[in-house]
Design a protein around this ligand. Structure first.
Ligand SMILES: [Zn+2]
Length: 98
């Protein structure tokens, strides 16, 4: 299922990737640029739009499972998934440091 995490905006994900030295060149076609998938139907929120998260749930109906944020290459369709746990931990750490 697709879900939005009210705390995570596109710019937060970008800050996480920058902190880890991850660039935006597409590794598959070498030509395209990976852009963060966000929920922005009007196309006017820029970095403030909420990041789209794909959530995998176990079929026992429990809340266990995990989520992924993603980036997409508009040239070749390559999808880069980023597990949410690392991003959320990064944001916790940031808020602990003021
Ligand atoms: Zn590509």
């Amino acid at each position: 299922m697709i879900s939005l995490n009210e705390r995570v905006q596109g710019k937060d994900l970008q800050r996480f990737l920058n902190s880890r030295g991850v660039g935006d060149a597409c590794p598959t076609c070498q030509d395209g640029k990976l852009s963060i998938a966000v929920f922005d139907p009007e196309g006017e929120q820029e970095g403030n739009a909420l990041a789209i998260r794909v959530v995998h749930l176990l079929d026992d109906g429990s809340r266990r499972g995990y989520g992924e944020f993603m980036r997409v290459c508009a040239n070749c369709g390559h999808i880069h998934y980023i597990r949410d746990a690392e991003v959320l931990a990064f944001m916790e750490e940031e808020s602990d440091n003021g």
